[in-house]
Design a protein around this ligand. Structure first.
Ligand SMILES: Cc1cc2nc3c(=O)[nH]c(=O)nc-3n(C[C@H](O)[C@H](O)[C@H](O)COP(=O)(O)OP(=O)(O)OC[C@H]3O[C@@H](n4cnc5c(N)ncnc54)[C@H](O)[C@@H]3O)c2cc1C
Length: 376
């Protein structure tokens, strides 16, 4: 007999684990599948830390979702009795008219969010780890900080199980067959039925949702950790998380010394190299190292000690670099969870709620009009 569920979640990374927890929390019979064991190194949800910030330069329309995400992160922590979100503040550094600085200011003002504008001298006094050019400045978002991705994914899976969900790890779903009554799910080892499914397969999304083959592009990302030269200046109390707008050279991001490996940095979208999700990520090479070593020496000299660790990860980009949270066109029983264009982790806690709403109620009160299939 084929096992039958109200909702099945395919992919238990960030978005899928949160969706499963919200579904189980609402009392539906839910099952989750992952091809590997979350939060594994081929996923997009590993590497110790993810930035969260409120004055969103990308578009002010994300701010209401972020406010809900903050609430939901705190609820997760309360239930797990562990810290997932740490506030350090986030510095957004660049020229006053740069996309990040001007965008953060506009977004913060529109939503009445607190921020501080700091010139080069004020930055040197308060946050001496950073090197600014004369014309540059920083906006300090006091509500910014970092999340622990592995703890969040595993935490959501724990809550899902506590609330009755079933987890199948190491089981890849190879096909989904929708009909009027629900969806048949075929995996490498079994066949299942569910009334609705949520597809949250990250960089593999186009395998089950072929409409996204052109639009959803997995790219390689690289991050590295550096031993501080100055242990005091790189502590979270003196060194907030940061984003740095280098104009045509792109955007860099980083975290203070929050673990034994030191200060972590990366460049948003790195070299924009498309990858095959079914092959191991191409390993870190000398061009990757040169890029990140040069950045840290020039812009965060207090952290420019030995490179302690390096790793690869994946972004899955949509043409708009926005999200996608919608039913599959023409399929009311299939909900598609965003490949989040490299900035989705901070939203995981609200995306999970949205996906559960879409699967159970067919709609959500949260503002997701910008994230429909029609926009992709
Ligand atoms: C280096 C790096 C830094 C980032 N920094 C930030 C940041 O600072 N702030 C921020 O907000 N965001 C950040 N992001 C983006 C964020 O991490 C991603 O948007 C998010 O992790 C995507 O989660 P996901 O659930 O979509 O994908 P994943 O976590 O990859 O999960 C997908 C899961 O689906 C499973 N799967 C795939 N196919 C199948 C199948 N057929 N059957 C069963 N299971 C399947 C996979 O095994 C995987 O576990 C960063 C990303 C990277 C890589």
């Amino acid at each position: 007999m084929t096992a039958s569920f109200d909702v099945a979640v395919i992919g238990l990374g960030a978005m899928g684990s949160a969706a499963l927890a919200f579904l189980a929390g609402r009392g539906v019979r839910a099952i989750g599948f992952d091809a590997y064991f979350p939060a594994h190194a081929l996923s997009s949800s590993h590497g110790d830390s993810r930035l969260i910030r409120l004055g969103y330069f990308e578009d002010p329309s994300y701010v209401p979702l972020l406010k809900r995400a903050y609430q939901n992160w705190r609820s997760l922590e309360a239930r797990l009795r562990t810290e997932i979100l740490t506030i350090t503040g986030v510095l957004q550094i660049g020229a006053p008219d740069s996309k990040i600085v001007a965008g953060t200011r506009a977004s913060s003002e529109l939503h009445g969010l607190a921020y501080e504008a700091l010139d080069k001298e004020e930055m040197a006094r308060r946050f001496p780890a950073f090197q600014l050019d004369d014309h540059e400045m920083a906006l300090f978002d006091p509500q910014g900080g970092y999340l622990r991705p592995e703890a969040a994914v595993l935490g959501y899976l724990r809550l899902a199980v506590e609330d009755g969900a079933i987890l199948h790890f190491g089981e890849k779903v190879t096909a989904i067959e929708p009909d009027d009554a629900g969806v048949t799910i075929i995996s490498e080892t079994g066949r299942y039925r569910a009334g609705k499914i949520v597809v949250a397969t990250g960089s593999w999304i186009a395998e089950l949702i072929p409409q996204l083959k052109q639009a959803a592009v997995p790219i390689r990302q690289v991050v590295a950790w550096y031993q501080p030269q100055d242990d005091v200046a790189t502590q979270p109390q003196r060194m907030p998380c940061f984003l740095r707008d280098e104009g045509a050279q792109g955007t860099y991001f980083g975290f203070p010394a929050i673990g034994v490996d030191g200060v972590k940095v990366g460049k948003h979208a790195h070299f924009r190299e498309p990858i095959d999700p079914n092959k191991p990520n191409p390993p870190v090479n000398d061009a990757d190292r040169d890029l990140l070593d040069s950045f840290i020496r020039k812009r965060v000299p207090a952290a420019a000690g030995l490179r302690m660790k390096e790793t690869t990860c994946r972004y899955t980009m949509l043409p708009t670099e926005d999200f996608l949270l919608d039913h599959m066109p023409g399929e009311k029983n299939i909900v598609v969870a965003s490949p989040c264009s490299g900035h989705g982790f901070k939203f995981t806690s609200v995306v999970g709620e949205i996906l559960a709403d879409l699967a159970i109620d067919g709609q959500t009160d949260l503002p997701i009009n910008a994230f429909s299939f029609a926009k992709v």
